[in-house]
Design a protein around this ligand. Structure first.
Ligand code: NAD
Ligand code: UGA
Length: 433
């Protein structure tokens, strides 16, 4: 068990709340500060500001050790201050660090030594700049540690409590040791390194995961052209222990709050330093094109899309979350609307609000597909695994399923009376032979 400390957290988003809740679970006292009053009010009233499995239970279980506030001065008594604010892209693709700098402006006056722990994903060199700024402000009793976070939404609590590794980059040895101690109770290899390398580990890990996705998506596109099945291919490739099975699910391209922005930030970071990161540029381009391939598949079956009714099933960028940041569904919806299609959509938890103007939102799958010329599986929700049912076939004007996530069995779906297109699968049975 960790020696109990007082921890301050800047940001009650995915990373901040999961970090806060899990550090409380390890026995620490945690003060979470956000700048959005409704968010803090919701948390104080025991309501979750977003959907993340297991997080409500963690927060409830550790209620007595968790405190939520708008007032940064309440963090004065903290031993460590975790920065978990957003780092969205700017127009140039660089990471926008204004929220990080704003959090630094709010650092409390404290008599004790505090360690600033950077959990937000930031460009390499940020630690150096922040450290210099702290010194420039005379805050010599504030240490700096880079401690990037690798959790994925939908499995965030599990990822935090049972991580593959904990990365700690410190300027001062004792600060690195102190942060490592905060994690006592979590079994994981600890990578102690310099700050710049810690920052790069995070960007490189995300870029590598994206590279795998764009790679398998391109293999899928070739499979379609030559009559192979990418699901089989990924299974066979992934069994090579040097390659492994992860992140080889072909689909409609990656989305989310991190991959798209972090790829741009790394590409831009390299470019600002005079290096053209060719491979990453291709990964990004492949991903953009992948999202649009659904449109040509629809066109292949339906001809012109003007006036056609298309059901988008799943809106979140992946299953297990209500997060719609950079979701492929947004690109699909706007492409379909501009083709003149009638777009209906369903998602069990995500609520697009203003993001999907012109799209009719439905409460159930069956409502979404009623009268539709095609159903597109956009998010791999479990509720969609039984989509190829007689009820759905009856409800649709045309029984066509475009499976953007390869969650249905092509043969079974066709036997159930649907025309079926997956990603990287044979368009018609045995057509590759
Ligand atoms: P988020 O947008 O969900 O949450 C950020 C929170 O910080 C918001 O609630 C915002 O109001 C708050 N905030 C902004 N300025 C503040 C300030 N001055 N003081 C206190 N709070 C402030 O973001 P997120 O998804 O949790 O991501 C945070 C960072 O972690 C990003 O850099 C992201 O790249 C990185 N990251 C995210 C994930 C993920 O899965 N979401 C995983 C690993 C790393
Ligand atoms: C991702 C990383 O997995 C985390 O390790 C990292 O901490 C996080 O980004 C971050 O830096 O914020 P997340 O975006 O929550 O986490 O979700 P993933 O499960 O990685 O999925 C990202 C996207 O890739 C989704 O759109 C998903 O559908 C897609 N994906 C994933 C595929 O298309 N194929 C795959 O095989 C895997």
């Amino acid at each position: 068990m960790a020696e109990a400390r007082t921890i301050g957290i800047f940001g009650a988003g995915w990373v901040g709340l999961v970090t806060g809740g899990c550090l409380a679970e390890l026995g620490h006292r945690v003060i979470v500060r956000d700048v959005v009053p409704e968010r803090i009010e919701a948390l104080q009233a025991g309501r979750m500001p977003f959907h993340e499995p297991e997080l409500p239970e963690v927060l409830e279980r550790n209620r007595d050790r968790l405190h939520y506030t708008l007032d940064a001065n309440e963090l004065a008594e903290a031993d460590a201050l975790f920065v978990c604010v957003q780092t969205p892209p700017t127009y140039s693709g660089d990471a926008d660090l204004s929220y990080v700098w704003a959090a630094l402006d709010d650092l409390p006056q404290s008599g004790r030594r505090q360690i600033l722990v950077m959990k937000s994903t930031v460009p390499v060199g940020t630690g150096e700049k922040v450290n210099a700024a702290l010194e420039g402000r005379g805050l010599t009793n504030v240490g700096y540690v880079s401690n990037p976070e690798f959790l994925a939404e939908g499995s965030a609590v599990r990822d935090f409590i049972d991580p593959d590794r904990i990365v700690i980059g410190a300027f001062a040895e004792e600060d690195g040791i102190a942060v490592e101690k905060l994690y006592a109770g979590i079994e994981a290899p600890v990578v102690r390194t310099d700050v710049a390398s810690a920052e790069m580990i995070k960007l490189a890990a995300n870029a590598f995961l994206m590279t795998r996705i764009s790679f398998i998506n391109e293999i899928a596109n070739v499979c379609e052209a030559v009559g192979a099945d990418v699901v089989e291919v990924a299974r066979g490739v992934g069994l090579d222990h040097r390659l492994g099975p992860h992140f080889l699910r072909a689909g409609i391209g990656y989305g989310g709050s991190c991959f798209p922005k972090d790829s741009l930030a790394l590409k831009q970071l390299a470019s600002n330093s005079g290096y053209h990161f060719q491979l990453l540029s291709a990964v990004i381009e492949v991903n953009e094109l992948q999202k649009r391939r659904v449109i040509s598949k629809l066109g292949k079956h339906l001809g012109k899309l003007r006036g056609k009714k298309i059901a988008l099933l799943g809106l979140a960028f992946k299953a297990g979350t209500d997060d719609m940041r950079e979701a492929p569904s947004l690109v699909l919806a706007s492409r379909l609307l501009s083709e003149g299609a009638d777009v209906r959509a369903w998602d069990p938890v995500a609520n697009p609000g203003e993001l999907m103007k012109g799209v009719v939102l439905c409460d159930s799958v069956i409502d979404a597909v009623r009268g539709a010329d095609a159903a597109v599986i956009v998010t791999e929700w479990d509720e969609l695994r039984g989509l190829a049912s007689p009820e759905v076939r009856e409800a649709m004007a045309r029984p066509l399923i475009i499976d953007g996530r390869n969650i249905l069995d092509p043969a079974e779906t066709r036997r159930a009376g649907f025309a079926y297109e997956g990603v990287g699968r044979q368009p018609e049975p045995n057509s590759g032979s």
